[in-house]
Design a protein around this ligand. Structure first.
Ligand code: A5P
Length: 240
């Protein structure tokens, strides 16, 4: 049974991995022969990639543009052919996870620090397929917003974020001392803003700060976004 608690839909009695797997498999079923697709980063999209791997072994002809080193390494391991945005600047669809999804499909991404390339890939794709477990679905976005920041500009960016009313924290590594360094050689600031009632405005404000390369609010892809949420019965496509 779905219940709303603290701004989130909670599905009682369902392990998140079961939900993620159901969503991932459903997304993989949307991929057709001959497609060039974006391969997202994170724990949910892994299930889509595993299913795609099986379909490739069965003869499905696809190529994927990875959004991170993680996605590229997984694809190689799983036998999913890779390509680049240079060779395929227009993609049929992209499959990716999210940290939060609101009712009109604006999302926050970047828990895995891959949101800069994820946004490039989402922009290139004809369709943006978000795979999620029910805990990601919220009424109003309120997660910390990840920003990929040029190391040269970290200190002034922290000041600007405080001036905008945010609570910024430089992301620290785990099993590595010091800041997280992204696949692109930059740093990550996670910035809390409380309830984000106007994601488009905040995304614009954040991405125009000199030194900010990308922010984890994805508010510009709603028209081409499909959200698949795993549940006990399998997976369902969220109505907007
Ligand atoms: C990677 O940087 C992120 O944008 C992920 O896609 C997002 O955090 C979802 O990850 P999970 O599927 O692991 O929750």
């Amino acid at each position: 049974m779905d219940i709303m608690r603290d701004n989130r839909i909670i599905m009682e009695g369902l392990a998140p991995d079961v939900a993620k797997q159901a969503a991932g498999i459903r997304a993989a079923e949307m991929v057709e022969d001959g497609m060039v697709i974006g391969l997202g980063t994170g724990s949910t999209v892994l299930f889509a990639m595993q299913k795609l791997s099986t379909k490739v072994r069965e003869g499905l002809d696809i190529a994927g543009v990875p959004t991170s080193l993680q996605a590229a390494m997984r694809a190689r391991e799983l036998g999913i052919p890779l390509t680049t945005l240079d060779d395929h600047p227009v993609l049929d669809l992209a499959i990716d996870g999210a940290d939060q999804v609101d009712p009109v499909f604006r999302v926050i991404k970047g828990r895995g620090a891959a949101h800069l390339r994820e946004k490039c890939v989402a922009a290139a794709a004809g369709r943006f397929i978000i795979v999620a477990d029910p805990g990601k679905i919220v009424r109003v976005l309120d997660a910390a917003v990840p920003l990929e920041v040029l190391p040269f500009a970290v200190t002034p960016v922290l000041s600007v974020l405080k001036g905008l009313g945010g609570v910024p924290v430089l992301r620290e590594g785990q099993k590595k001392d010091g800041p997280v360094i992204t696949d692109n050689g930059n740093m990550v600031i996670d910035c809390r803003f409380g309830l984000i009632h106007q994601p488009e405005q905040l995304e614009l404000s954040l991405t125009t700060i000199p030194g900010v390369l990308s922010c984890g609010i994805f508010s510009g892809f709603t028209e081409k976004t499909t959200v698949i949420v795993g549940d006990a019965a399998g997976a369902r496509i969220l109505p907007r």
